[in-house]
Design a protein around this ligand. Structure first.
Ligand code: ADP
Ligand code: MG
Length: 303
C-alpha cells in the first residue's frame, strides 16, 4: 500500500502542500479533489517522485519513493502516472503506442494485452490509426491504455476524462474503474468533476488552502459536508439557519414559515432547478414542474 506521512512540498518558498498524511490500500480508489490551483496535479507529480519533498515520506510497501536528488531515473515499474498533458508518439498507430513498452519476445501475449486494453478504453476500431490523427479525447484514452500496459500496482490519473466528450465519458469511466478494481490496481484520481468520483471512489481527499480539508468516504462527505466548499462539489446547495441544505432537500409545501418568491426555473431534464428569493437570500430547490416567476411559495427542509 501507499503510505504518505506528513508530506510537505513547495516549488519555491511558500508550501503548495502542507503536512499531508494518508494511505491507499491495494485496489483502493482515492479521489483528490479541490479547486483549480489547490495542488492536485502537484500532489500526483510529487507522489510519482518528480520532485524532492521539503518534509515527510512516501512509501509504496517497503519502497520509499524518492525525488530526483536521490534517484537517477524518475518513476518506478509498480507506479504509472498519466498527466493532464499526455505525450504520445504521434507517427505510430494506437496499438503500437499502447504496446510500446511491452516485450517483443512474447508477440502473442503482447497482442492479447494490447487488444484487452483497447477494449477497456473503447478504441478497438482505432487500433491501426496513427495517433496524430486522433482527437484530444482519443489521445487521452491511448495514454491511459499505455500506462496500464505493464500492469502497474498503482496508477496516478490527472483529470483522466477531461478531454473526453460527454457521450462517451460515463461508459468509459465505468470501463476503466471496473478494470482497475478487477486487477486490484490502486488508483489516485485528481479531479474537480464529481462524476469521476461518485460511484467509483472509496475515499476522497479534499484539498484546500494547501491542506487536507476533509478525508473520508464519498457518502460521509456528502451527507455531512463540513464546509460550503465541500457541499459545492456535490451540487447546488443553500445555507439556511447556518445549515447546509442541498437543493433537493428543499421542497415546496402547502404552508411553512419559509415563504419565498420564485425568480426563475432552470430545466434540468428530469427536474427543474428553481431559484427563489427567501427574505432577500437567493435559494435553490428542486421541483418536478416549472414554477412561474414572482409566484409565492412555501418551502420546507426534508431529510
Ligand atoms: P491543481 O492541479 O489543483 O489545479 P496545481 O498542482 O497545478 O493545482 O497547482 C498548485 C499551485 O502550484 C498553484 O498555485 C500553481 O500556480 C503552482 N504550480 C504548479 N506547478 C508549478 C511549477 N512547475 N512551478 C511553480 N509553481 C507551480
Ligand atoms: Mg491540475
Amino acid at each position: 500500500m501507499l503510505n504518505v506521512k506528513n508530506l510537505t512540498f513547495s516549488y519555491h518558498k511558500t508550501p503548495v502542500l502542507k503536512d499531508l498524511s494518508f494511505k491507499v490500500e491495494q485496489g483502493e480508489n482515492l479521489a483528490i479533489i479541490g479547486e483549480s490551483g489547490s495542488g492536485k496535479s502537484t500532489l500526483l507529480t510529487v507522489l510519482y517522485g518528480e520532485y524532492d519533498l521539503s518534509f515527510g515520506n512516501i512509501y509504496w510497501k517497503d519502497n520509499e519513493i524518492l525525488g530526483p536528488k536521490f534517484n537517477l531515473v524518475v518513476g518506478y515499474d509498480f507506479m504509472k502516472y498519466v498527466a493532464q498533458e499526455f505525450d504520445l508518439m504521434p507517427f505510430i498507430s494506437v496499438e503500437e503506442n499502447i504496446g510500446k513498452f511491452l516485450s517483443n519476445f512474447f508477440p502473442e501475449e503482447k497482442q492479447k494485452r494490447t487488444a484487452e486494453l483497447l477494449e477497456v478504453v473503447q478504441l478497438t476500431s482505432f487500433a491501426k490509426t496513427k495517433v496524430k490523427t486522433l482527437s484530444g479525447g482519443q489521445k487521452q484514452r491511448v495514454a491511459l491504455a499505455r500506462a496500464l500496459a505493464k500492469q502497474p500496482e498503482i496508477i496516478l490519473l490527472d483529470e483522466p476524462f477531461s478531454h473526453i466528450d460527454n457521450f462517451k465519458k460515463q461508459s468509459l469511466r465505468r470501463s476503466v474503474f471496473k478494470y482497475l478494481k478487477e486487477k486490484n490496481i490502486a488508483c489516485i484520481v485528481a479531479t474537480h468533476d464529481k462524476n469521476d468520483v461518485l460511484g467509483f471512489s472509496d475515499k476522497i481527499i479534499f484539498l484546500n488552502n494547501n491542506q487536507i480539508e476533509a478525508y473520508d468516504t464519498p457518502e460521509a462527505l456528502y451527507k455531512t459536508p463540513k464546509t460550503p466548499l465541500i457541499a459545492s462539489f456535490f451540487g447546488e446547495f443553500n445555507v439556511i439557519n447556518d445549515t447546509i441544505v442541498y437543493a433537493h432537500q428543499l421542497q415546496v409545501v402547502e404552508q411553512s414559515h419559509l415563504k419565498a418568491t420564485v425568480i426563475t426555473s432552470y430545466f434540468k431534464g428530469s427536474y427543474y432547478l428553481v431559484e427563489a428569493d427567501l427574505d432577500g437570500q437567493k435559494v435553490f430547490f428542486v421541483n418536478e414542474v416549472q414554477l412561474q416567476k414572482n409566484q409565492d411559495i412555501f418551502l420546507a427542509i426534508q431529510n
